[in-house]
Ligand binder design. Sequence first.
Ligand SMILES: [Cu+2]
Length: 195
Amino acid sequence: MIKLASSAIAAFLLMGTTVSAHGNITSPPARLPGPAMAQACGQQAVNKVLQDGTIPLENLLPASESCNLFLCRGALFADNPTQLQQFSLGQTINFTAILPIPHEGPANVSIVNTATNSMIGLPLLVFDSYADENLAVLPANNTAFSVTLPEVGESRELEDACSGEENAGNCVLQWFWFGTQAGQTYESCVDFVLV
Ligand SMILES: [Cu+2]
């Protein structure tokens, strides 16, 4: 009886790791779920992300009014103050992504003003076709890529919204990927301030 139960749990865990994983940013450190997200989105949503950090936001629907899954998959700065990055204008930032289950579709990295959930300027990096599962091997730049922030004087909006510790939580580099056939949306957010 005990043996049966434990093998059933093992099978469940195996399914959890091999079937439901899709993609995520692992570096720089991206927003993780926590108590603030639980308050906004419910503990069940947090538990799902804790169980699989690469799940698409569709797996967390329906969301409550207080939860905005379409920004950072609902993750909040309040849960991630120690992850805050300090970047400089003109700096090139290297990213690492994991794509355990690729789904072909568009992807981008952009600077997002979290107060308005609007992009500041144009995307810093655009993939017309990303994570194509039909390829034998994914291009290396799907999991290791970099973006370069605008230079000094290039974006007044960026400097106004994101400069200094007083703007912590206002600005993220958001990695966005939509698997077209899968109908799955992925978002990872790196909090930063300009210094
Ligand atoms: Cu997926």
